[in-house]
Design a protein around this ligand. Structure first.
Ligand code: PPS
Length: 284
């Protein structure tokens, strides 16, 4: 089981996509001022951002969304594919990352690169992650839901604790370089979130182009986009008979998984870890 993951500075990462070399590449990465990062704790809206960011940055052109797999279209900074992709990519580059704040490359902190941070109700994040662990053969068997939740709460799962991630990215040093959005806001009103993103990025696209972006970004259309629905990944890596990568795409599915007792425990642990902060979320 341990072979599935590697430990990098205390952070457990899946070996399928991370290596000593890729993490070295991350550390030495030359951030450009016009780079745009979409940062998430896994299962919080990464694939969604990979769909939405390219057209927002290129005037509404949907070609890459229709022809390039999401992992090459908007690469992960920390993954093994990054080196081959990012140096060749034309600017402005859209990049995703699951890394906590202090794992960003040194050049990031000196740059003006912007960050969109997407948070999702951690109960739904944990449910989504549980199902993903069941389908992904490169991740450890999640065991029972209760056991998996323990690992999630106490930082034994890949990418560490949700609370550590969320707190790390609230660093005041970022000032107006960062925009905070939630998965739930995107579900409720994607168009207005996209407008906020455009304003934040200092970009404009036509109203018609924006409508198209809203349309390609619906759960249904993403599920039908083979460049974004992970159908290109072989079955021996992701067993799509168990569950789909784009699984439900809703908020509140946690209610179908948590017993009242487990819910109370989860809430208590998260509240305790967030109590010293002034971070409040719509689901709190
Ligand atoms: S990963 O593995 O970290 O890249 O996963 P990530 O893309 O961050 O999260 C996957 C969950 O996001 C849901 N998703 C969407 N929901 C609503 N609308 C759209 N367009 C959409 N795109 C992705 C996806 O279904 C996963 O959540 P669950 O709850 O498992 O369905």
């Amino acid at each position: 089981k341990n072979d599935l993951n590697l430990l990098y500075k205390g952070l457990l990462l899946p070996r399928i996509a991370h290596s000593e070399e890729s993490l070295q590449y991350l550390e030495n990465f030359q951030v450009k001022d016009d780079d745009v990062f979409a940062v998430t704790y896994p299962k919080s809206g990464t694939t969604w951002m990979q769909e939405l960011l390219p057209p927002l940055l290129n005037g509404g052109d949907l070609t890459s969304v229709q022809t390039v797999p999401n992992w090459d279209r908007v690469p992960w900074l920390e993954e093994t594919r990054a080196a081959a992709l990012l140096d060749k990519m034309s600017s402005p580059r859209a990049i995703v990352s699951h890394m906590p704040y202090h794992f960003m490359p040194a050049t990031f902190f000196k740059s003006k690169a912007k960050v969109i941070y997407i948070a999702r109700n951690p109960k739904d994040v944990a449910v989504s992650s549980f199902h993903f662990h069941k389908m992904a053969n490169f991740l450890a068997d999640p065991g029972t839901f209760e056991d998996f939740i323990d690992g999630f709460l106490f930082g034994k799962n890949v990418f560490g604790k949700w609370t550590d991630h969320v707190k790390s990215w609230r660093n005041p040093e970022l000032g107006d370089r960062i925009l905070y959005i939630t998965y739930e806001e995107m579900l409720e009103d994607l168009q207005s979130v996209l407008s906020r993103m455009l304003t934040f990025l200092g970009r404009e696209i036509s109203a018609e182009a924006l409508d198209h972006v809203v349309s390609i970004g619906t759960f249904k259309n993403m599920k039908n986009n083979k460049m974004s629905n992970y159908s290109l990944v072989p079955e021996d890596l992701m067993d799509k008979k168990k569950t789909q990568f784009l699984r439900k795409g809703v908020s509140g599915d946690w209610k179908n998984h948590f017993s009242p007792k487990l819910d109370a425990k989860f809430t208590a642990v998260i509240q305790e870890e967030m109590k010293e902060t002034n971070i409040r979320f719509p689901w709190d």
